[in-house]
Every structure is written in C-alpha cells, then in structure tokens.
Design a binder for this molecule. Structure first.
Ligand code: COA
Length: 362
C-alpha cells in the first residue's frame, strides 16, 4: 500500500510579544503563578488574520518539501478562528498560494484540529484519493480572549504551522491513530456567543459571551486522562514498545499536562518536545509549530517514531503514532515575511479592550 510521508514543514509566528509581565498590568496575576502553573512565559498577538498566518506557514512548508502550490491536491486548514465563516480560511489560503489544482476545506476540532486534519490527510493519501495535501493548523485565538478574565487571558496566543503530506513508497507514515470526543461536557471550554445559537440582540449588551470561557481544573483533569489514554493506545496500535518511542510532540496547553502524558508513556523529559514558554497555547497550531521546531533543532532523526497527542474544546482529543521519513532537512526555504506592524502590544490589543473591557491598569 502507498504510505504517507511528511515531506515539508513550516511555521509562522506573528512578531508582537505579550509577556507575563505585560499581563500583570491587565489582570490580577504574576509571572511566578503563570510560569509555575502553566510553563508559559510569553505569547504572540497577531496583527494579521488567521489565513495570512496560515499562508506563510504553508509557503514555508511547500518550500521545505521542494514542491509548488500547483502540486497540492487539498488544502486543509485546522482552525476554530477563521477570518470568516464564508469563505473558509482554506479557500483564502488556496488563493493566496495559487494552489490552482487544490480543493480547500477548514476543519474545526479546536485544539485537537491539526491532528484530526493530519490523520484524515494521511488516510486519504494512503487510500489513493489524493497524492499531496497541505495540512495547516492556524489560529488567531486572542481575538476571542477577554483580557479581564485571568483564567483564560494568560494561556493563549496566535500562530500557524503547516506540513506537506505526500504519497510515497518509503516505509513509515501513520502507524496508529485515534480521534475522540465527549460533547457532554462541551461547556467547560467554549465560546457561547460565537455561533448561530446566539441571540444577537442579547449579544449586543453582553459581549463577554463571545469570549472563550473555561473551567480550567475540569479541562485539566480530562485532558490528562484523554491524552494519556489515547497516546498509549496509538503506541499499542503501532506495535511499538514504549521504549521505542523517540519523541512525544504534544499539544502545548500546560507543562503539567505534558508531563503527565510523558509519565503515562514512561518517557524521559529528553524525549518530549516543549516550546510552550515562548508561544503559550496556539490551539490547532501548537503541534505543527512544535514539529517544525523539533526538526529545526535536530531533535528528529530519519525514521523517528513520534507520538503526537492533543485535546481541546468539544471536548475533543486525538493521538497519532507516526514514523517519520528518511529526510529531516528542508529542500528549500522562502524569504517571505509577514507585513510589518507598528505600535506596541497594548495598542494592538486596543480593539479587544474596547469590546470586552479592561486594558492596562484598569
Ligand atoms: N493568576 C493568578 N492566580 C490565578 C490565575 C492567574 N492567572 N488563575 C487562577 N488563579 C487562582 C485561582 O483563583 C485560585 O485561587 P484560590 O485558590 O484563592 O481560589 C488558584 O489560582 C488556583 O486556581 P485553579 O483554577 O484551581 O488553578 P489550576 O492549578 O487548575 O490552574 C489552569 C489553572 C487554567 C492553569 C489549569 O487549570 C489548566 O491549565 N487547565 C487546563 C486549561 C487548558 O489547557 N485549556 C486549553 C485546552 S486546549
């Protein structure tokens, strides 16, 4: 059977940084609490839309794969924060890239979205339905963050990551996968005012309903169980012994959740990739950004046995056991950058403060 191989990878992080110290001026929090409870030191705030972040990550992934946009059969963007509901972010990315032979679709499984998209793209490639997919996780989640709510304000950031998945006769690819959901607890992590169930007249007088609202400890408990259980099951499906796993690339939501997942897999911390300190939780973008940085840091050897694991709103979760291909170096790169931005992080967030309330030293 044809295998699926990740042949290109790339990321796009907007340049504006919101540090823990910046947050001290917005909510009753401090660097010590955020660092010790989450592992996060700073996160990025985007001055461009989700599709622009996704496009640049996608261009970098195509360059790394050494293929052109015309070679892509499917652009799949995992996002819960598209620029618009119609059209999809993927359609905008398809046009920006000039991927004239590609279909385009968004998928929303919140923070698990990229893994859902990756698993589906690998399945389509292996079944011979398509040959080449560009799979992107991209989010501008800070648009939906109420910076007067310290329970969510400290956690999230913006960014995008992308991979190219291609058909290959090489060994490797997706060896085990799981996608799960428990909609019975949907309201422990949600944005109640963000869809068609919303009474728009009431929303006018209660903007807070548009914000991400979360029961942190409940999400924490379920995340630890879902990620741990799913990770061990995909390793089992793959027929790997736990000590054969080379690296865990987990969703970056909280270092304590990552540590618990690593313990379930009996992995030493040297086999876990963590970059949450720099970007916080970028939702569907965390795993492709982390994979890209793991490759850039030389942490992935040819044929590496990787476990990916994620959870998020829904609740949703996913895990994959993935054997990397023989090439771990990019074939090319692009020197394109995001358009420049002016002003500091607080001026970038001014529209958010005007909508949800708050702001520096309110
Ligand atoms: N700064 C300072 N103190 C804070 C705070 C903040 N940003 N947020 C909460 N606190 C306080 C609480 O009010 C509480 O105070 P109290 O003991 O006086 O009542 C105390 O810290 C502990 O709060 P709690 O919510 O129990 O903390 P926690 O250890 O569960 O950590 C999270 C909170 C949000 C970091 C943690 O629950 C978490 O990471 N949950 C998962 C969230 C997640 O991953 N979401 C994304 C899913 S993709």
């Amino acid at each position: 059977m044809t295998n699926s191989s990740i042949t290109g990878w790339g990321k796009c992080l907007p340049p504006t940084v919101l540090t823990n110290h910046d947050l001290e001026a917005l909510v009753d929090t401090n660097d010590d609490w955020i660092t010790s409870r989450t592992g996060i030191k700073e996160r990025r705030i985007s001055h461009v839309g989700t599709s622009e972040l996704a496009t640049l990550a996608g261009k970098r992934a195509l360059a790394a794969a050494g293929i052109s946009a015309a070679d892509v059969d499917l652009v799949n963007v995992a996002t819960c924060t598209p620029d618009t509901l119609i059209p999809s972010a993927a359609s905008l990315v398809q046009n920006n890239l000039g991927a004239s032979n590609a279909g385009a679709v968004d998928q929303n499984a919140a923070c698990s979205g990229f893994l859902y998209s990756l698993i589906m793209a690998c399945g389509m490639v292996e079944a011979g339905v398509i040959e080449t997919a560009l799979v992107i996780g991209a989010e501008r989640l800070t648009y939906f963050i109420d910076f007067t709510d310290r329970g969510t304000a400290v956690l999230f950031g913006d960014g995008a990551g992308a991979v190219v998945v291609q058909a290959t006769d090489e060994p490797g690819g997706l060896k085990g996968s799981e996608m799960g959901s428990d909609g019975s607890v949907a309201d422990i992590l949600w944005s109640p005012g963000s869809g068609t169930a919303t009474n728009r007249v009431e929303l006018e007088s209660d903007h807070k309903r548009m914000a991400v609202s979360m029961n942190g400890p409940e999400v924490f408990k379920r995340a630890v169980k879902a990620m741990g259980d799913a990770s061990t099951r995909v390793v089992d499906q793959a027929g790997w012994a736990l000590d054969e796993v080379d690296i865990l690339i987990p969703h970056q939501a909280n270092t304590r959740i990552i540590d618990a997942t690593a313990r379930r897999l009996q992995l030493d911390s040297s086999k876990v990739f963590v970059n949450i300190a720099s970007y916080g939780n970028t939702s569907a973008a965390t795993i492709p950004i982390a994979l890209t940085e793991a490759l850039e840091a030389g942490r992935i050897e040819p044929g590496a046995k990787i476990v990916f694991a994620a959870f998020g709103g829904g609740l949703s979760w996913a895990a994959a056991a993935y054997e990397f291909g023989s090439r771990v170096e990019p074939l090319g790169e692009t020197d394109e950058e995001l358009p420049p931005t002016e002003g500091d992080v607080m001026s970038l967030l001014a529209e958010n403060f005007a909508y949800f309330g708050g702001g520096p030293n309110q």
